[in-house]
Design a protein around this ligand. Structure first.
Ligand SMILES: [Zn+2]
Length: 61
């Protein structure tokens, strides 16, 4: 899968930082599994992972 942002490199497995904003609160979730483009840094998050992180963040507050 070629990166859709730069069309240069293939995103590689890595970890992203997800910032969630809800009702004026900001929650930062580190080490979210994602594919990262080594060329431009675009992050490709798995929708299922994002949903799980969101659910966990909402449940914890
Ligand atoms: Zn890229």
């Amino acid at each position: 899968m070629i990166c859709v942002m730069c069309r240069v490199a293939d995103p590689e497995p890595g970890f992203a930082t997800l910032t969630l904003e809800c009702d004026g609160y900001t929650t930062v979730v580190n080490a979210v599994p994602a594919a990262i483009c080594p060329e431009c840094g675009e992050e490709y998050l798995d929708e299922a992972v994002v949903r799980r992180v969101l659910a966990a963040a909402l449940a914890g507050e």
